[in-house]
Design a protein around this ligand. Sequence first.
Ligand code: VGL
Ligand code: ZN
Length: 202
Amino acid sequence: MRAADEALIVIDVQNDFCPGGALAVTGGDEIINPINDLMEEFRVVILTQDWHPAGHSSFASSHDGAAPFSITQMPYGPQVLWPDHCVQGSQGAAFHAALKTDPAQVVIRKGFNPLVDSYSGFFENDHATPTGLEGYLRTRGVSKLTIVGLALDYCVNFTAVDGAKLGFEVTVETALCRAIDLDGSRNAALTGMEKAGVRLNG
Ligand code: VGL
Ligand code: ZN
């Protein structure tokens, strides 16, 4: 069993990010069984869930003529426009049926603000609006984070870098993540995480 100050954060293991989903990540379902096993080692287990209202501003379909995976400028900076995914209450937004959700004490939903995307479990993409995750972790006495899940180059990456910036000791188990890999985003994320002081394991 891990120490009481260690938390496992499982990022976005949802149907839409697994094969057959609206924003499928190659091999996204391969990491589920090992994540289930890893959850048993941790006293503090948190799941995140991408949770967008229909018509969310991060969807290409909300921007006239925009192609999925193109980039637009939002008031808070550049934003990739995604296929519609993880719409609140949809089957695509549900956790993959193979993921054991029972060991988790809390689910952090993110991306629910219609005008702002949220990759990180800690802050919306304005890098300012908190989700409450930091307070939850601190009040439970957590100082070390292990992060796994989908996608390595977006939500895992942003959560890990924000966690390190906030002063947590962060490890990403790369074998328990899969990437979207848009224009080299996987390598860029690995480099960025290392620069931020995130430990990459596996
Ligand atoms: C994610 C793109 C859009 C993720 C979420 O979970 O990495 N990526 N929404
Ligand atoms: Zn999303």
